[in-house]
Design a protein around this ligand. Structure first.
Ligand code: DAH
Length: 313
């Protein structure tokens, strides 16, 4: 008989004792009853204890002796590092923020209106072919340039024209093109767009902003050069080049992006009166900015995911 069974039969006997109460003389009944109660409680407690012990016995024991050594050095872990483009993008944003520009991020999937129509690309105009990008089956477009954000930037900060007399926004972000990749072309790269509007905005200010930006980025004085360009969303339009920084042993000029005075139609579409306000805009590649800074010869490293490349930074 198990321990519990023994206790249970003892309990049965005790319960039987209650029947004897009625045969006792009344003055003894109270005392007798109390005695049985006490015995009964003691047995119930023992039964509970035995049952609990049995339950624990049935549970598989776990190993609580696992070693913990809080003072031991951790096994060697290889830490990751920030991607060089992200580090430099942060620097670009910092420079423009210090110059007073608001910063917004572009959509990574956009639409026909923002990619072309809002930028004054006429329907069927060959200029659309210059931005050969991808399309989803629903007709969405991974943007081929950060200019897709011009209309949104103008709409979002339009109120600033009345409040502060100007709109000043930059849009750093990722863009996509249907390119045959080689050392200087990638299907995925980064650009930074700039948009400025005021009553007196002009090309001189545009070139001043660009020159200042490059000088701050490379930490030295350098020359900016422009040549005529064509973009449907600016009139006049230009391409800008910088003199390779002397500290990087550079000689010659490097094309950095496109710019111009915002086309009146682009302002109008955002509800800004081009008779009252003027604007300039520019867009430049971030990858080549960084390639020049670090003397990299192949743009494809950035998207390659090659650890030996990333570990150099
Ligand atoms: N979005 C143009 C490109 O990727 C560059 C550009 C040209 C941007 C002129 C501008 C601009 O904002 O005004 O080729």
């Amino acid at each position: 008989m198990s321990e519990i069974e023994k206790l249970k039969s003892e309990l049965k006997n005790i319960n039987a004792e209650y029947a004897k109460i009625k045969d006792l003389p009344p003055e003894q009944r109270g005392e007798f009853g109390r005695q049985i109660n006490t015995k009964k409680q003691a047995i119930l407690a023992k039964i509970a204890e035995a049952e609990e012990a049995l339950e624990s016995e049935n549970v598989e024991p776990i190993d609580i002796s696992a070693p913990t050594a809080p003072n031991q050095p951790l096994p060697e872990v290889k830490l990751g590092s920030k991607h060089p483009l992200m580090v430099e993008l942060k620097r670009v944003i910092e420079i423009y923020s210090d110059m007073g520009f608001n910063v917004i991020e572009p959509n990574q999937l956009d639409d026909e209106f923002h990619m072309f129509d809002s930028l004054n690309f006429a329907q069927g105009h060959p200029a659309r072919d210059g931005y050969d990008t991808f399309r989803t089956s629903e007709g969405f477009i991974p943007p081929a340039h950060t200019s897709t954000m011009q209309h949104r930037a103008l709409m979002k900060y339009k109120q600033d024209l009345e409040n502060n007399g100007q709109i000043a926004v930059v849009v750093p972000g990722r863009v996509f093109r249907n390119e045959d990749a080689d050392a200087t072309h990638e299907h995925t790269f980064y650009q930074c767009e700039g948009v400025f509007v005021s009553k007196t905005a002009n090309m001189g200010q545009l070139f001043g902003v660009l020159k200042r930006f490059f000088e701050l980025y490379y930490g030295e004085q350098l020359e900016l050069r422009t040549q005529p360009g064509y973009f449907p969303f600016t009139e006049p339009s230009a391409e800008f080049l910088i003199e390779k920084p002397a500290s990087l042993g550079g000689k010659g000029w490097l094309e950095m992006g496109g710019c111009g005075m915002i086309h009146p139609n682009v302002l109008k579409m955002a509800g800004i009166d081009p008779e009252v306000y003027h604007g300039f805009a520019w867009g430049g590649g971030i990858d080549r900015l960084v390639m020049l800074k670090y003397g990299l010869s192949d743009v494809r490293y950035f998207e390659s995911g090659k650890l030996d490349f990333l570990e150099e930074f």
